[in-house]
Structures are given as C-alpha cells and as structure tokens.
Design a binder for this molecule. Structure first.
Ligand SMILES: *Cc1c(COP(=O)(O)O)cnc(C)c1O
Length: 366
C-alpha cells in the first residue's frame, strides 16, 4: 500500500454520526448554528485565546482578517516567500503588495534581522508564517511592529496546539490565522479560524464572513461568504476529543525519524525549539550532500512512498508574481531551502516500521 505524506485524522464513524444526529431534528445546517458556536467556545478554551472566529477554510480566514483591518489599498505587507500559495495570494487578493523578506537558516521563519530594512512609508503590516509549526521570533516581531506602527498578523496554519513558554501560538500579534484543512494536525474537513484579543473585531469579522450583513435590513460591509457549516463544526468537535492522543502519536513518529536520521552525512534536520511545545505537524529534512532532494523524492516514490517538496517553488517564483520586485534571487536562503527540503510522511497512524523503511531507503542512498 502506498504511503502518502499525510493522512487525515478522523473520528470513528459512529462518533461522527452521533454528533450530527441532532441536525436531523433542528434542520439547521449552517449560519452559526449550535455546533458552530460550541466549536468556537471549545477552541477559545483549547487555544486559550479571547476570541476565535470560525471560517469555511483558512485562506478566507486570512483574507477576512486582512480586510477587517481596513489597510490602505496598495499598502506593503512584509512576508515570507517560503510558504504555501495561500499566504501571498491572500495579501494580493486584498489589494495589498507583498514585500518578500528572506528567512533564517534555523527554523525557516522570517529573518528578523532583515525585516526593518524593508520597511518603507507604504508598509502597513507584517505577515510571518510559523513554518512547519516552528514558531517565529515572536518577541522581535512584536517589537518591530510596535515601533513602526504596523499590524502583525500570523499565518499560523501549521501551528495548532503549539505553545511557547506556556503561551498559546494563538495569542501572538494582532491576530493569527489557523487552517483546519484535512491535511492539518486538527481538521474540520475544510475550515479555519482567526484568533485575536481585540473585542472590537468580533462583530466586524462575524459580519464580513456573512456578506457584511448585520441584521435582516442592515448591510454594514462589502463582505463575502466564508461561514463554517454545521457538518464541518461537528467534525471539529469530534476531532478535538482525540487531539492530544493524535499529537502524542505524531511525537513518536518524529522521535523515530530523529533517532534514525540525526547526524547522517548530508542530511540536516530542523532543531527542536527550546521552550516550545510542538505539534509534530511536518517532518522536514534538508538534503545538502551527495543525495539531492529531487533524487530522494524519486527513490521514495519508486517504493510508493510520497514525500512532498514543501515549499517548492517559493511563492515569489510563481508565474503570477513574475512582475513583483523581490524575486527568488533576493531571498537566497529561502531559495536554497526550497531546493533542498523534503517533508517526509508523518501522521498519527504512521507505523514505526514504515518510518524505518523510509529511513533505510534514504540512509542506503547517502
Ligand atoms: C493550509 C495552509 C493555508 C490555507 O489553509 P486552507 O484551510 O487550506 O485554506 C495557508 N497557509 C499555510 C501556510 C497553509 O499550510
């Protein structure tokens, strides 16, 4: 049987059926129903953050929070090209301009020593990504954003459940976006959320995801439709019950990879971050020796094992961003990472014998 880079977490069939049973009584399928509101409350508790607003996916959550801050059109947003298409697309689709900053060699997040030199009078926000669930240098970014009066919005799509010194990743900056896509550590099939402290944002975010409609005869904003429906929320309620166990099983997979691959010639693993409680969302390996990343990908694929070149290509190398300044040659660390990194399969039910098989394959080809 083939092994894919990830495998969605699912509750038992019976558990999900029991959770959706009341929907056949209420006939209330979407528009902030009971499941939606319950999941929102449970996530505020789980992530220990004042406010959670739920969305039908993470991407629209990001677009909505950018819209909610009403940043001036054409404003510049300092961000990373070492990310998924969504981050950069959200900035552009909101009428803002991405300014690409390079990343650091240690955890592949924004290089905070390079952020300030990119700030101009047009800069309105910083949008960093907690890559692979590894946290950005949140205190340095906080300081820079404060000093220059910029919004600080995190793409925390990878960071569900991650904490630093006991503080939840949902609490940093002005807001954080989480994705609950099927491939993420916690899923609602498709889904997402914005987490934040500011009470003033609650009504606006609720309005924006529902066409800007505030009441039956009152439309306050030019909003779209980005509501999470009751079946998605029900999946979230079920998956949340099993989250700790799932992360624990992922931890065992991560530990086995580290035990087998740490110190192997030509391979570089990402260091564990001190003080950070990880979620083991991804297992990235850099191929820096004789065995190239692309060859490693092929060798595994020959055995029906599908790792992922993630992230490759950089978003500033996309065809659609050819005309933006700040191409891949301006972010050399990110460019090199995108050519060397392969994320290996990791999910809760991945057999440790399969992890060994993956490691044997790689080690015998170094
Ligand atoms: C998954 C992901 C998104 C988008 O989330 P969706 O829920 O799929 O819309 C955005 N940014 C990053 C870094 C992601 O990995």
């Amino acid at each position: 049987m083939s092994i894919l880079v990830t495998r969605s977490s699912m509750p038992d069939f019976e558990e999900y059926c029991a959770e959706i049973r009341d929907l056949w009584d209420s006939h209330w399928l979407t528009n902030m129903g009971d499941k939606h509101r319950q999941l929102q409350r449970e996530l505020e508790e789980q992530l220990r953050v004042e406010h959670v607003t739920l969305y039908t996916n993470g991407h629209l959550a990001l677009e909505n929070i950018l819209a909610a801050f009403e940043l001036p059109q054409g404003g510049e947003v300092i961000t990373t090209p070492f990310t998924f298409a969504s981050t950069t697309h959200a900035i552009v689709r909101c009428g803002l301009t991405p300014v690409f900053c390079d990343v650091n060699e240690e955890d592949y997040t924004l290089d905070v020593s390079k952020v300030e030199s990119l700030i101009t009078e047009k800069t309105v926000a910083i949008l960093p990504v907690h890559v692979y669930g590894g946290l950005c240098d949140v205190s340095a970014l906080e300081r820079i954003a404060k000093e220059h009066g910029l919004k600080l919005i995190y793409d925390a799509a990878h960071a569900f459940g991650v904490e630093k010194d006991g503080i939840s990743a949902a609490c940093f900056g002005d807001a954080s976006m989480f994705s609950f896509h099927a491939t993420k550590v916690f899923n609602t099939i498709e889904g997402g959320a914005v987490c934040y402290h500011d009470d003033g944002l609650v009504q606006r975010l609720d309005d924006l995801k529902n066409f800007g409609i505030r009441g039956p005869e009152d439309c306050a904003y030019v909003g779209g439709n980005a509501k999470m429906n009751e079946f998605q929320a029900a999946m979230g309620l079920c998956n949340l019950r099993h989250l700790d166990r799932e992360i624990e099983k992922r931890r065992a997979v991560d530990a086995r990879y580290r035990q087998r691959l740490e110190g192997a010639p030509g391979l570089k693993l990402r260091a564990e971050q001190p003080g950070v409680k990880a979620n083991y969302a991804y297992f990235p390996v850099l191929f820096q020796g004789k065995l190239s990343r692309d060859r490693a990908y092929e060798l595994l694929a020959e055995q029906d094992i599908f790792a992922r070149k993630y992230f490759y290509p950089l978003t500033n190398a996309f065809d659609c961003y050819r005309d933006l300044p700040g191409g891949p040659e301006k972010t050399p660390v990110a460019l090199r990472l995108s050519q060397q990194v392969l994320t290996l399969p990791i999910y809760a039910d991945l057999d440790l014998q399969d992890v060994d098989r993956i490691c044997d394959n790689l080690l015998s080809n170094l």
